[in-house]
Design a binder for this molecule. Structure first.
Ligand SMILES: *Cc1c(COP(=O)(O)O)cnc(C)c1O
Length: 359
């Protein structure tokens, strides 16, 4: 007999990107850069920071359990009613809330094989069956996913753009996929990186939420530079969102996170600067990788999946010694790959210098 539930015993814990401080401590390094977790290299949104500072002295109070101002502001930006918005402690928590709200014990989750690890991990913690469908040329294969839908399927997770490949589902592909989808299936479009896309055929997902069982997930972690604050949101028709709001914990988004996120939504200047750094950095890295003879997957996000043509864990470990943290793809099952976040010009140049040195 075990104190711990059997399905929990068999789950491997999540391994995130290595923290900067940890590497400094371990190797006695002074100057470390982290290009491992797709964070914003410019720091947090300055408007968010100012709002957080202004709210520090209210920390004796509980946060607003309804997130009134933040939901209202998001709703306005999305052109929906506040009742269509659910706030989360990062979009990670919204994945958890979706499973709690909609998925019965014997119902299944459907997603791709090489995609955001949290879909599988959170589902396993909840003891739900996850069915994965192979990517096709590093892209979600929605036709194949549709064929795998059966009467047990409840939620389909689509990371768009996809982490870790940086590829995306087009408007046409999404529309074809939605045609004739069973009424009892919910499609989650996780758009953590949508602010970085630079293509014309990326779907405007909010156009589909009224007529479909679609939940769109957005986060302040990446483009707004607020990963440490933990705040994200879901947009869905009120018939779905209302019950997610019932299932979530009332104080899941803390007071500073609510204040910071409200202010961040006004920070158009920061968003623009972030986008420029990412798009310029992408051009630079494409060029450098091509010159090195390394293949990569073209990306619409703020990271690049690179085929290093040798063991990715080895490359990761060697780069650590030079103070550069990237992400090996072992957990994802992509052995000869690393994923690198597009950083500032200086960070990208250092990454390229070190990569050249070790391969
Ligand atoms: C980074 C990321 C998120 C954001 O997670 P938060 O919990 O909001 O920080 C969500 N989905 C994907 C695919 C991501 O890569």
């Amino acid at each position: 007999m075990s104190l711990v539930r059997k399905h929990i015993l068999s789950i491997a814990p999540y391994e995130g990107g290595k923290p900067i401080e940890e590497l400094k401590r371990q190797l006695g390094l002074k100057d470390v850069i982290k290009l491992a977790s797709n964070e914003n290299p410019l720091g947090p949104s300055p408007l968010a920071l100012a709002a957080i500072r202004r709210n520090l002295s209210s920390l004796n109070r509980y946060p607003d359990a309804n997130g009134f101002y933040l939901r209202k502001k998001i709703a306005k930006a999305c052109n929906v009613e506040s009742s269509a918005i659910v706030l989360g402690n990062g979009s990670d928590e919204l994945i958890d809330i979706i499973l709690k709200t909609f998925v019965e014990d014997d119902e299944h989750i459907l997603t791709a094989d090489y995609t955001f690890l949290e879909y599988g991990l959170i589902s396993k913690v909840k003891n739900r069956t996850v069915i994965t469908v192979p990517l096709k040329y590093f892209r979600y294969d929605l036709e194949a996913i549709k064929k795998r839908i059966d009467n047990k399927t409840k939620v389909i997770f689509i990371s768009n753009p996809n982490n870790p490949t940086g590829t995306y589902v087009t408007k046409y592909e999404l529309e074809e996929f939605l045609k004739g989808l069973p009424d009892n299936v919910i499609v989650v479009l996780d758009e953590a990186y949508d602010n970085f896309t630079d293509v014309n055929d990326f779907p405007q997902s909010l156009d589909y939420i009224r007529k479909n069982n679609i939940i769109v997930l957005k986060t302040f972690s990446k483009s707004y530079g607020l990963a440490g604050l933990r705040v994200g949101y879901a947009v869905a028709k009120p018939e779905l969102a209302t019950y997610m709001n019932v299932a979530r914990q009332p104080f899941n988004v803390n007071l500073l996170a609510q204040a910071g996120a409200v202010a961040a939504l006004d920070d158009k200047k920061f968003l623009k600067r972030t986008r420029r750094v990412v798009l310029e950095g992408k051009d630079y890295l494409y060029d450098a990788l091509t010159k090195m003879g390394l293949a990569y997957v073209p990306t619409v996000a703020n990271f690049i999946l690179i085929d290093v043509a040798r063991d990715g864990v080895e490359v990761f470990n060697k780069m650590l010694k030079f103070g550069v943290i990237v992400r090996d793809m072992k957990q994802y099952g992509l052995k000869n790959f690393i994923r690198v976040t597009i950083g500032t010009k200086k960070e990208n140049e250092r990454f390229v210098r070190v990569l050249k040195k070790i391969i």
